[in-house]
Design a protein. Structure first.
Length: 247
């Protein structure tokens, strides 16, 4: 029986050695029943990230490195990887961050969740196991409070019941992009929010998988900017003014 194709794509920007540490945590034996390929997509780093990316290529023969000639932004880099998955006819794609914030030990669980009926995406939820789990994992208090508030507001607007609407750990059934146009999604940090909204609007399901929280270097200014935009977008949909987002 032919193995299903699975793409693990790691998005990186100034990740340096953390990228290599993420790669070492991937348990390829757990996903041996899939035809696994690895794509590292660097968003125009000017440090040793490329060096460590090339070290990974030496360790895994089904690995490919993409280096963006200019910075495409968080969403733009994701779209580049998903376009690669579509073009090469992968059944599933799992996104990992090169900075190590999301552990790759959950890859198999994320993919298995996609085999359930009508589940086209799965996410790693840092709050599904409770607030204490997030605190023990080192989630900053300001971010924990913001996450809870913004997730509850998101659930109120869209009549959903997510525990963590801000996670950056995603897996996709690639046929979802027969229903959602990739080029309509933004290149910004709010890519994950907008694709979540698109999935909800199409009446498709997202499965949340509990994951451990990992925090190291925090760039609070970026998080605050992201949170403000997340809230604004949610309010726009609440007021049914989302028509203007497509203009």
């Amino acid at each position: 029986m032919k193995k299903e194709k699975l793409l693990i794509f790691i998005i990186t920007y100034k990740a340096k050695k953390r990228l290599y540490n993420v790669f070492k945590k991937i348990n390829f034996k757990k996903i041996k029943n899939y035809q696994v390929h690895l794509l590292i997509s660097d968003d125009c780093s000017r440090d040793k990230t490329i060096y460590y990316s090339k070290e990974i290529l030496k360790k895994f023969k089904h690995a490919k490195l993409n280096i963006n000639k200019k910075n495409l932004g968080y969403g733009g880099n994701i779209k580049k990887c998903l376009s690669f998955a579509i073009k090469n006819k992968f059944k599933y794609a799992v996104m990992i961050h090169g900075d190590g914030q999301y552990s790759p030990i959950y890859i198999k669980e994320l993919v298995m969740a996609l085999k359930e009926k009508n589940y086209y995406a799965s996410t790693g939820s840092r709050l599904k196991s409770g607030i204490l789990s997030a605190i023990h994992g080192g989630m900053p208090l300001y971010k924990l409070i913001g996450n809870i508030f913004l997730t509850k507001f998101f659930n109120f607007v869209f009549k959903t019941n997510f525990k963590d609407a801000h996670t950056g750990m995603w897996a996709y059934r690639m046929d979802i992009f027969n229903k959602i146009k990739l080029n309509e999604l933004p290149n910004t940090f709010n890519f994950d929010q907008l694709i979540r909204i698109k999935i909800i609007q199409k009446k498709l399901q997202i499965k949340e998988i509990p994951i451990k929280t990992i925090y190291a270097d925090e760039r609070s200014q970026l998080h605050i900017m992201y949170a403000i935009k997340f809230l604004i977008i949610s309010i726009i949909y609440f007021l049914k003014l989302d028509y203007f987002l497509s203009k």
